[in-house]
Design a protein around this ligand. Structure first.
Ligand code: MSP
Length: 516
């Protein structure tokens, strides 16, 4: 059984409706999953929900609902959201599912038995909002704590700790030896800088059930539930275990469970920049303690703002991805977020920017190219493909090779830029060759055949290249070309696959003009 390319997103807290930031991360992971499938790899794409912990409990209480009821209701919306985005995820984890909870408990039992935990009394400060313990080191120069921590209270309580400290030097060495483990480089440097300049505190992995009971009970002490992050990170292996992945199953389980799949180690964890520490510090150490291999890469994307300010429900500064999709179509949304923002830096959503990319790049660029190419073939040649010609083949081949390479490096914005070189080239080819003039002169008939072939074949190649990004548009182009299915395999991009005599379908605008 060959190992699949295993890509994950962060699992989202179910304390509200999905917003632009969540949609972005899901679309990034989906394009990566689709690209890898297109390039011939077997893929497993996992996303889902983080349902335990204080944030979710508080949100449920605010609505007067038991947490499980609250989560079950919201999970319906989040699942619908994956459909709205046309995500190709292979599973959807909810951390309240037995398959996950049982696995987390098994790991806790194993790590406890192996001596990785100890119990101690903590006296200090606690941020309920961030569910995190704070020390004097976290104070700002004026002595206060950052407002993002919400109310900070003094606390004295017994808890279980995971010995992180012991592994600090090992992790530094690992990051030094594996420069692509955390990407982009500046995030890796931040993690390394942090590890070299701070002594890691051991990680508190429990919360007294008397204070917070919305969590997975510690199997070795019923007075406590598991810290939400310890629970959440484990989803990346509990789901492979549920599918019978031998790498993550305990000795005792192997043989009992049918092995259906090989997933772990993950190839890629796609996450936001705010949760790098959890993924690049806690998670590798947890895995090391469990004796499991580390994921191959953690890719941290930036954060979106809207109109230059933080996205926040409280101020009404939000982008509702569902409303945008309903108005402009899914592919316009997917295109804008991936074209506008490279993976890494922060981005800024503006409605004007969105409209301008829609009109210029999608409408006048891609849409116009496809529409006029196909319409001219209809008008001048009855929709019948002429003899193959390869005037644009070299341009297409360069773009195909560049795009494949960029997709393999998860350079999604770069891949779109590369694909648009071909869009621009072909639109220029129309201007240069003026097929509408050639059509008026019977002596130019052979030349018109050549030009038309190059244009429709370029449209076909574009449909293949765009498939991971704009799956709906790609399928529409194929249908308008009279070709069956949608072009999900990258190898179909090879030049010259449209054959003479093939009858295309009906052209129709891909990105209709909008009055605003
Ligand atoms: N539940 C944790 C993750 C656990 S992973 C084992 C969590 N959830 S979250 O709902 O707060 O965030 C989910 C993802 O959305 C994170 O990767 C986060 O960075 C991302 N985003 C949340 N707001 C965002 C923006 N404004 N912009 C881009 N991404 C953002 O953290």
């Amino acid at each position: 059984m060959s190992k699949r390319f295993y890509v994950t997103t962060a699992i989202n807290y179910v304390n509200g409706q999905p917003h632009l930031g969540h949609a972005y991360e899901e679309v990034v992971a989906d394009v990566i999953a689709r690209s890898r499938r297109s390039l011939g790899q077997e893929v497993f794409f996992l996303t889902g929900l983080d349902e335990h912990g204080q944030k979710v409990q508080q949100a449920a209480t605010a609505e007067g609902k038991p947490p499980q009821v609250y989560c079950d209701q919201l999970a319906v919306d989040w699942l619908a959201f994956t459909k709205k985005l046309e995500l190709t995820n292979d599973d959807f984890v909810r951390t309240t599912e037995p398959r996950h909870k049982e696995f987390v408990q098994a790991i806790l039992t194993q790590l406890h038995a192996a001596g990785h935990f100890y119990k101690a009394t903590y006296t200090g400060f606690y941020s309920a909002k961030e569910e995190t313990f704070l020390t004097d080191k976290d104070r700002r120069p004026d002595g206060t704590f950052d407002p993002s921590y919400g109310e900070v209270v003094e606390l004295k309580e017994d808890n279980y700790y995971f010995k992180l400290k012991d592994h600090q030097q090992w992790l530094i060495d690992y990051l030094e030896a594996n420069p692509t483990f955390v990407q982009p480089d500046y995030r890796r440097n931040e993690v390394l800088g942090f590890l070299k300049n701070t002594t890691l505190e051991d990680l508190c992995i429990s919360r007294p059930a008397a204070r917070l009971n919305w969590g997975i009970p510690l199997p070795f002490d019923p007075g406590y539930v598991t810290y939400v992050w310890f629970d959440a990170l484990v989803n990346y292996i509990s789901i492979p275990a549920a599918h019978g992945d031998q790498t993550v199953l305990a000795e005792s389980e192997i043989g009992n469970r049918k092995s259906e799949i090989a997933l772990w180690p993950a190839d890629l964890h796609v996450i936001g920049k705010d949760i790098v520490k959890f993924h690049a510090v806690y998670w590798p150490i947890m895995l090391k303690a469990m004796g499991l291999p580390l994921p191959k890469q953690i890719l941290a994307h930036g954060w979106w703002q809207k109109d230059g300010s933080k996205i926040a429900k409280s101020t009404g500064n939000i982008v509702d991805p569902i409303a945008v999709i309903n108005e402009w179509g899914l592919d316009a949304f997917r295109f804008y977020v991936l074209r506008e923002l490279d993976l890494g830096p922060d981005g800024n959503w503006t409605d004007a920017g969105f409209r301008s990319r829609y009109q210029a790049e999608l409408g006048n660029g891609l849409g116009n190219l496809v529409n006029r190419s196909l319409s001219m073939l209809k008008r001048y040649r009855n929709g019948i493909v002429p003899t193959p010609s390869s005037e644009l083949a070299a341009d297409a081949q360069k773009v195909i090779a560049d795009t494949a390479r960029l997709l393999e490096q998860n350079q999604l914005q770069g891949a779109l830029l590369s694909i648009w070189q071909l869009v621009t080239r072909a639109n220029l080819y129309v201007e240069q060759n003026k097929p509408f003039n050639l059509a008026k002169d019977p002596a130019q008939s052979a030349r018109l055949d050549e030009v038309l072939y190059n244009l429709v074949e370029t449209c076909r190649v574009l449909a293949v290249l765009l498939n991971p990004f704009l799956p709906g548009t790609s399928a529409k182009i194929y249908a308008q070309l009279g070709l069956p299915g949608s072009p999900e395999k990258f190898e179909l991009a090879a030049w010259g696959k449209l054959s003479a005599g093939h009858a295309i379908g009906e052209p129709a605008p891909l990105f209709p003009r909008k009055e605003v």
